[in-house]
Design a protein around this ligand. Sequence first.
Ligand code: NI
Length: 226
Amino acid sequence: MLILIPKVLTAEQVAECRAALDKADWVDGRSTAGYLSQRVKDNEQVPDTHPIGRELGEMILKVLEKHALFTSAALPLKVVPPLFNRYSGNQNYGRHIDGAIRPVTGTPHRVRTDLSATLFLTEPEDYDGGELVIEDTFGRRRIKLPAGDMVLYPGTSVHHVEPVTRGTRLASFFWIQSMVREDSQRTMLYELDNSIQHLGRDVPQHPAVVQLAGLYHNLLRRWADA
Ligand code: NI
């Protein structure tokens, strides 16, 4: 399942990120790529130990903790602290698949990358190119979103970032280990949750609402690791 989550950050929060990232030290993105990705990766990143990146990452995680759509779609167990990248002057990231396991720097923890997230921090009219192209069973999707919007997609997808031919593309990216490992199961739970919410709004007194909510939780109990 690929879903777009609009307005994760407000315009003020986006501006705050952009101003802070202006002052950060940027390094070659190849420093964190695996040996296959290194050959196709051409961008810049804020090192994951950088205080500015850490602070902004925490702000993003705090927003996501309270975000109903994100929670329903991702059923997050662990999230890698968000990282930041930028592309300009024809920089791009060729076709690759993200590593399955990410260590969390400075901790003994690892995160299985069930889901990938990209949170756009530059308005689409401020740069040309830079589409995130995601290939999966649902076909090929070209994603370029307003600043503050986020795309969530299965970590199993091959993807790439098109060359940025004008301006600079800033984004945050991170991975989520879900309580439910399988994308197909997560998708069913998400659709069931949406239907229950819909019914709960339209016919709140109907006894089937309680039954369906019970079914949701019983499936979650069966499929989730917490
Ligand atoms: Ni990637």
